[in-house]
Design a binder for this molecule. Structure first.
Ligand code: MEZ
Length: 537
C-alpha cells in the first residue's frame, strides 16, 4: 500500500481511540523546552546582528537584517516637487489602512490612500478564523488581556494591549454598524468560538472568511466616502524635513515606473507584514505584497522596531497538493475539534495550545520521523478535519468552512471525508515598527498601524487578535494623524535621511545585498530558463 494511504488509514481507524485519550497538558516549563528546541524563532544560527540604525546591536533573522541594511531605490537628486499635497497619506489598502483612512476622513482631514496592488489586496482578506472580542457574559477585557499576555510570553506592551482589549467591543460595534455580517445564533445573538491559547470563546466569525467580509465592508466604505485611492503605487521611500520629521513619501507607479511625490503632514504606514521574505525558507500564507515594506521604510527614517526577531509560523499550512503549499488551513478547524495526528495515527499536542507550541510540536514530530512525506518531498502531519462532522453532526464542515472546502475541492480533495496534510507556514510578523497607543512611531509625523506595527502581540500573537488590532489601532492612528495634520504646516521635502543612512552604511563597511522595499517577491526560476538549463539532459 502507498505509505501516504497507509498512514491516512491509521488516522481514519484510530478515531475512537484518539477521542478516548486525553492529551496531557504541558507545563509552562515543558512548553518552553519544546519551543526552544523546535520553533524557528529559536534557531540561533538563523539570527544575525543588526549593524546599524535604531536597533543596532539586536539580532534578527538574516532576511530582515538584510532588509534593514538595504539601499534605497530612490536616486539622490530626485525632483521632489509634489504632485499631491494632503493632510494624511495612508499607505496600504488592507484593513488597517482602510480603517485609518476612514477615521482621518471622518475628522475632516484631506486623505490620500495609496496601495501597492489593488484596494483590499492584503493579509486582512486572508484572515479566516475570526476576530477576538470579549463580549460574552463570562468573559471580560481583563481575561482577554491576560490570555494575550500569556500567549505573547509576557512581552506584550501592556499599554497597547489594554487599549486593544478595552476598545474591542466598540470596534466590533463599528464594524457591525458598517454592515459586517458576523455569524449569529437562532436568537440573533453573535456567535463566539474559542481560539488557541484563549480561556474563553471570544472569536466573532463570518464562517471561514472573516477577514474577507471585514475587508468587503471597509473597502465599500472607503469608496462610499470617496477617499482618493492610488493603486499599483507602492511607497518606495519616505520623505523627511530637515529636522527629521516625516513629511511625505515617494511612490512608484508600477505601470510606467515613474516616481510620484506626495507631501503629507502625517503619514500612516499600514503595509502589513513580511511573509514573502520566506524567513528560514518557510512557505507563507501571506499575500504577494507582504514584503516587509514598512520595516525598511520606517527604519531608514530612524524609527525603532519592536520584537523584530519574532515571527508566527501558523501551525496548519497546507503541504499537499503542491499548488497549495503554505496556504492557510484555519485554526477554526482545530477550534471545532479537528485533531492533529502523526504518521502513526497518534495525537501529539493539545490542538488549542498557543501557535508557537503547536507549531513546535508539529516540527518535532516531522524531525523525529513521525511525519508523512508528500510526493514532492515536503513533510507534514495530518489534520483530521472530518472529526468535526463526527463531533458536531453531518454538514457542519460544509456550513462552517465553505472557503476551506472549496480550496481543497479544486484539487480533488474532499475535506469532509479525508484528513489533509499540514506543516507550519510563515503567517505573521509578531513585531514591527514600535508604536505608542496613538499609533505614533518615534519619528514625528510617522504613524504605523496593523501588522506593520510592533509591541502589541509580544513574542506570539493569539489567533484573531490581528483583525482586532487593525481596527482598534487603525482608528487610533487615523485619528492621531488627522489631529496632527490640523496643527502643523506641511514640512519641507528632503531625502536627507537617505543620505544619512547611506553614509552610515559606508562608515560601517556594509555593502547592501539588496535594494528595498522589495515590492514583490522574485519567484523566477532563472536556472530553468538559461540556455544551459534548457539543454540539460
Ligand atoms: O488571526 C489569525 O491569524 C487567523 C484568524 C487565522 C486562522 O487560523 O484563521
Amino acid at each position: 500500500m502507498d505509505p501516504i494511504e497507509e498512514s491516512k488509514s491509521r488516522v481514519l481507524t484510530g478515531r475512537d481511540e484518539r477521542r478516548a485519550l486525553t492529551i496531557p497538558i504541558l507545563t509552562p516549563a515543558d512548553k518552553d523546552r519544546l519551543v526552544h528546541a523546535y520553533h524557528p524563532d529559536y534557531k540561533k544560527e538563523e539570527y544575525h546582528p543588526i549593524r546599524i540604525g535604531p536597533n543596532a546591536g539586536e539580532r534578527t533573522v538574516r532576511e530582515v537584517a538584510e532588509l534593514l541594511e538595504s539601499d534605497s531605490p530612490v536616486p539622490a537628486g530626485l525632483d521632489l516637487t509634489p504632485q499631491y499635497r494632503v493632510d494624511v497619506l495612508v499607505v496600504g489598502g488592507g484593513g488597517a489602512g482602510a480603517t485609518a483612512a476612514l477615521t482621518a476622513k471622518a475628522l475632516g482631514a484631506d486623505v490620500l490612500l495609496v496601495t501597492k496592488l489593488r484596494m483590499g489586496d492584503s493579509n486582512t482578506v486572508m484572515a479566516q478564523g475570526g476576530m477576538q472580542v470579549a463580549i460574552t457574559e463570562d468573559d471580560s477585557p481583563v481575561t482577554h488581556f491576560f490570555d494575550t499576555l500569556r500567549g505573547g510570553h509576557h512581552k506584550n506592551d501592556p499599554h497597547l494591549l489594554k487599549v486593544l482589549v478595552e476598545e474591542g467591543p466598540m470596534a466590533a460595534q463599528w464594524l457591525i454598524g458598517l454592515g459586517v455580517l458576523f455569524d449569529r445564533d437562532e436568537s440573533g445573538n453573535l456567535k463566539t468560538k474559542k481560539g488557541g491559547g484563549s480561556t474563553k470563546p471570544r472569536l466573532l466569525t463570518c464562517s471561514d472568511y472573516t477577514g474577507l467580509e471585514i475587508m468587503r465592508v471597509l473597502k465599500d466604505e472607503v469608496l462610499n466616502k470617496q477617499i482618493p485611492i492610488l493603486e499599483f503605487s507602492p511607497v518606495v521611500e519616505l520623505l523627511t524635513d530637515p529636522d527629521g520629521r516625516c513629511s511625505g513619501a515617494v511612490l512608484k507607479n508600477m505601470d510606467n515606473g515613474r516616481f510620484i511625490i506626495v507631501s503629507a503632514k502625517s503619514v500612516i504606514l499600514a503595509t502589513g507584514g513580511s511573509g514573502r521574505l520566506h524567513i528560514e525558507g518557510f512557505p507563507t500564507s501571506n499575500h504577494y505584497g507582504a514584503t516587509g515594506d514598512a520595516l525598511v521604510l520606517a527604519y531608514r527614517t530612524g524609527a525603532k522596531l519592536a520584537h523584530a526577531d519574532t515571527f508566527q509560523y501558523h501551525p496548519t499550512g497546507s503541504v499537499f497538493p503542491e499548488q497549495l503549499a503554505g496556504a492557510l488551513v484555519t485554526e477554526g478547524i482545530r477550534s471545532d475539534g479537528g485533531h492533529l495526528v502523526n504518521r502513526n495515527g497518534k495525537r501529539f499536542v493539545n490542538e488549542l495550545d498557543t501557535r508557537d507550541v503547536v507549531a513546535a510540536a508539529i516540527i518535532r514530530e516531522c524531525a523525529e520521523g513521525r511525519g508523512v512525506k508528500t510526493p514532492s518531498g515536503r513533510v507534514g502531519v495530518w489534520l483530521d478535519v472530518p472529526m468535526i462532522d463526527l463531533l458536531m453532526g453531518d454538514g457542519s464542515i460544509t456550513k462552517r468552512f465553505p472557503a476551506m472546502v472549496r480550496q481543497f475541492e479544486r484539487y480533488g480533495i474532499d475535506i469532509r471525508k479525508e484528513p489533509v496534510l499540514i506543516y507550519p507556514t510563515l503567517h505573521y510578523q509578531n513585531g514591527g515598527v514600535a508604536i505608542d497607543v496613538e499609533g505614533r512611531s518615534n519619528v514625528a509625523g510617522l504613524f504605523v498601524a496593523g501588522e506593520a506595527s510592533g509591541g502589541l502581540h509580544g513574542r506570539n500573537r493569539l489567533m484573531g487578535n490581528s483583525l482586532l488590532d487593525l481596527i482598534v489601532f487603525g482608528k487610533r492612528a487615523g485619528s492621531a494623524a488627522a489631529k496632527r495634520a490640523k496643527s502643523v504646516p506641511a514640512g519641507k521635502l528632503t531625502l536627507s535621511h537617505v543620505t544619512r543612512f547611506r553614509k552610515e552604511l559606508e562608515k560601517n563597511g556594509i555593502k547592501p545585498k539588496r535594494v528595498a522595499p522589495i515590492i514583490l517577491p522574485d519567484y523566477v526560476r532563472r536556472e530553468a530558463i538559461t540556455p544551459a538549463a534548457l539543454i540539460k539532459p
